[in-house]
Structure formats: structure tokens, C-alpha cells
Ligand binder design. Structure first.
Ligand SMILES: *Cc1c(COP(=O)(O)O)cnc(C)c1O
Ligand SMILES: [Zn+2]
Length: 429
């Protein structure tokens, strides 16, 4: 046993192994991405579990009851209390769904609804941490490139803390609701002719020069904050984990955080087993899945990614090395699903009463596929991480459901006869 209490951290390069202490940067000078490493060897997992449990009650109404800062010791113990930012993120529901389990063909399936976060997606968990860190450096202009949810989350925290936010969003294939949401919170949105990946590259080159605190997914604090999703999941399950956790992958920050969070919990002896990660990508934007499938050593970007699930429409995921580490740690697997499979699964999740946006439904589609090809056994249990709220993509809702609305013929007034016809339609579906 060491005596590390995790209060000091080192930024480690995943490419060359370089280390930076007491110096903030988002990339190594070799170009590699960095991750936060802490010595947790002096922490006692049993005491942490008691502390996290207590905070739910004793800290009610403070930042420490929230779904991110409740776990501060494992996320950012070095940050002073006066910068800790919260909009009440986390504390999201975990729902057992018989219908979803049956659809996937497994014994038990629970939905972890990160869609219930204040801005409507899991991005809030990571953004609360990144914005807090930015504030600790004196930053007041926050920026990101986004497929929509990151920008909405960033804009929300910037507004909440009285800061500015600058959002770079591709001109096409983004849900308009997410852009409007960002603008509503006061973000300056810049739309450009290019991809999410172009926006990331721009901010990496110009962010510092322009005095921006960059909150893209390779900001290591985003990953630290997103670890709270699996901490909270473990706490809700009384530290008894399922066999599988299914998660959608775009930029691969969420799966990286899932792996890193599981690593923390497992090495501190806080969970009974290490679940296997099932990472699900959309067929039209699946460079990571293809890399794993073909046992390649490096990722070959997809220059023209296309999927209806716009939150995962990313061709050059910066965090692929971290994602690979997450798979290696958990004996994880990857799978790609078609847009059609995604929309079919979305219907099942929507009809279960929980609901989600298309990218989130990839989890259920992926579980079904992995069950069908024998990777997952029917007796196994799984949790699916639902990443975004159903109202994030209104066009998808219209596409799927508008034909199910009963219209009175010729715009007639209501009549019992018409309602009887509508009820028959209802019974027949
Ligand atoms: C961002 C996002 C994803 C993809 O997560 P990554 O961390 O980019 O892999 C999936 N679903 C939704 C709803 C998202 O907002
Ligand atoms: Zn390096």
C-alpha cells in the first residue's frame, strides 16, 4: 500500500509516456492525448463507499449531493470548493425494463438515463468538471466543437457561471434543437462548412492563441467528470455490477471514462466484479469498431461519416487510445449497427416509457446483435447507458411516430364515432 491520497495528479501522454506535473495542457508536445493519473493507493474503498452514501443525505442541497461532486475524491480533489460548479447533474434514474430485456433477448436489462441531466445529455457530468477546472484557472471564455449536446451543456454551465461560450458546429447533420438550446443559453454559435473533426482541429490549433478554455472531449477533466456516471451506477446497484455495460461511441470520451471509472472502483475494491463493456457504433461512423475488428494497431479515420444518430456522427475520434484501454481492461467488445436497427431499438426504449435520442438507442440495438451472435448469453445481465433525451431530436420523433396520430377526416369536430375508430387503431398496434 502506498500513501497516495490522489490530491496531486500527473498528466500522462498515452502516445510517448511523457509526464507533466503542475502544468495544464491538452496535448503532449509529441501530439499525443493526455490523461489524468492519480495515486489512489492510500485511499480506502470501504470508507469512500460510506462517504458517498452519507453525502446523499447529509449534504442535501449542496454541491456534494450532486452526481459529480459527491465523488470529488475520485474526480478532482485538488479543486477548491469555490469553483465547484453544479446544475444538479447526475442523480439520474436507473430503470429495469422488461420490454428492452426481451427485445435484446437477455434476462435483465436496466437503463441508466443520463438523458435526465439538466441539459438533457450525459455531457453534463464531464462539463461540470471541465468548467470548474477552467474557472480555477481564471478562464471565462469556454469553447468546444460539437455535434450538439456538448455545446448545449457547455452553454448551460457558461450561463450559470456568468461566463461566455463559443460553439463550433458543422453546418449540416446536427439536430436543430441542440443548436437552438445552445443559443438559448447565450452561446455564440459559429456554424461552418466542415465536420465535427475539423472544429476540433481548429480549436486545438487556435484555442490557446485566442484565449479560450477548450472543452472538447479530449480535455482530461471531461473524462474525469464523466467517470461519475459509472460511480453513480455502481452506487445505485449497491456496488454489485452487471455482466455487461452497453454504451454508444462517437468521439469515444464516454467509453474512455467508463473504463477509467471502472478501473478506479475495481482497484479500490469497491465493486464485486468488472463488467464487460459493449461499445456500439453506427455503421456509417464506425472507424473504431473497424480498427478492433481488423486488429489494426492504429485508427484509420472515416473522412465522410454518415449516420442518422447525429450525436455519434464522428469519423476521427480523438480518444481512441483511451477507448482501447477501456476495452482491454474489461475484456470489452465492439459492434456496429445500422441506422435502421437504431431506430427500431429507439421505438422499444421510447415505448418502455423512458425514451431517448437515436444515438442512445444504439446500445439496445448493439446488445440485441451481440446476443444474436452469441457474444452475450441469455442468462446475462446488462445496463445500457442512455446518453441523450428524446426531445433532443424532434425530427426523429416525427419520422417514427407522426403517422400514428389520428386526424379527424376533413378536420371535423370530435365525435364518439371517430374516437371509437382511433381506439381500434390503438388496439391493433
Ligand atoms: C456525445 C454523445 C454520444 C457519443 O459519446 P462520445 O463520448 O462522443 O463517444 C452518444 N450519444 C449522445 C446522445 C451524445 O450526446
Ligand atoms: Zn507524448
Amino acid at each position: 500500500m502506498g500513501n497516495g491520497n490522489g490530491r496531486e495528479y500527473t498528466l500522462r501522454c498515452l502516445e510517448c509516456g511523457g509526464e507533466f506535473v503542475g502544468q495544464w495542457r491538452i496535448r503532449c508536445h509529441c501530439g499525443g492525448i493526455l490523461e489524468i493519473w492519480r495515486d489512489l493507493s492510500g485511499l480506502d474503498g470501504e470508507r469512500l463507499r460510506r462517504l458517498f452514501e452519507q453525502r446523499l443525505f447529509t449534504e442535501r442541497g449542496t454541491v456534494y449531493a450532486g452526481g459529480v461532486w459527491r465523488y470529488k475524491e475520485l474526480i478532482a480533489p485538488e479543486l477548491p470548493d469555490n469553483v465547484l460548479t453544479t446544475r444538479g447533474e447526475g442523480n439520474t434514474g436507473l430503470y429495469r425494463s422488461q420490454a428492452c430485456a426481451a427485445y435484446a433477448g437477455i434476462r435483465e436489462l436496466k437503463l441508466k438515463a443520463q438523458s435526465e441531466n439538466p441539459s438533457g445529455s450525459f455531457k453534463d457530468n464531464g462539463m461540470a468538471a471541465a468548467v470548474s477546472h477552467g474557472l480555477s484557472l481564471g478562464g471565462n471564455v469556454f469553447a468546444c466543437s460539437s455535434t450538439g449536446n456538448t455545446s448545449a451543456s457547455l452553454a448551460m454551465y457558461a450561463a450559470w457561471t456568468g461566463s461566455f461560450s463559443l460553439v463550433f458546429a458543422p453546418a449540416s447533420n446536427i439536430s436543430p434543437a441542440k443548436i437552438s438550446q445552445s443559443t438559448a443559453y447565450g452561446a455564440q454559435v459559429i456554424r461552418f462548412d466542415g465536420t465535427y473533426d475539423d472544429g476540433v482541429a481548429f480549436l486545438e490549433t487556435w484555442g490557446d492563441v485566442l484565449g479560450l478554455y477548450v472543452c472538447n472531449s479530449l480535455n482530461p477533466y471531461r473524462i474525469e467528470g464523466q467517470k461519475s456516471i459509472v460511480y453513480e451506477l455502481a452506487q445505485q446497484l449497491q456496488w454489485k455490477m452487471p455482466e455487461w455495460i452497453a454504451i454508444p461511441g462517437g468521439a469515444l470520451s464516454n467509453v474512455s471514462a467508463l473504463g477509467k471509472g471502472l478501473d478506479d472502483l475495481w482497484s479500490l475494491g469497491m465493486i464485486d466484479k468488472l463488467p464487460r463493456i459493449a461499445l456500439v457504433q453506427a455503421e456509417g461512423a464506425s472507424p473504431f469498431h473497424r480498427m478492433v475488428e481488423h486488429k489494426r494497431k492504429t485508427l484509420v479515420p472515416e473522412p465522410n461519416p454518415v449516420t442518422r444518430a447525429s450525436a455519434m456522427n464522428i469519423g476521427n475520434p480523438p480518444s481512441w487510445r483511451k477507448a482501447l484501454a477501456a476495452l482491454e481492461l474489461t475484456q470489452g467488445v465492439t459492434v456496429a449497427v445500422s441506422d435502421e436497427e437504431i431506430m427500431l431499438a429507439k421505438r422499444v426504449i421510447d415505448r418502455s416509457g423512458v425514451g431517448c435520442e437515436p444515438a442512445s438507442a444504439a446500445t439496445l440495438a448493439g446488445l440485441k446483435k451481440l446476443r444474436a451472435n452469441g457474444t452475450i448469453d441469455k442468462e446475462e445481465t446488462a445496463v445500457a447507458i442512455l446518453t441523450g433525451h428524446m426531445l433532443k431530436d424532434v425530427a426523429a420523433l416525427e419520422e417514427l411516430y407522426s403517422e400514428e396520430i389520428t386526424h379527424m377526416p376533413g378536420g371535423e369536430l370530435l365525435s364518439p364515432e371517430a374516437v371509437r375508430i382511433a381506439l381500434n387503431v390503438f388496439k391493433s398496434v
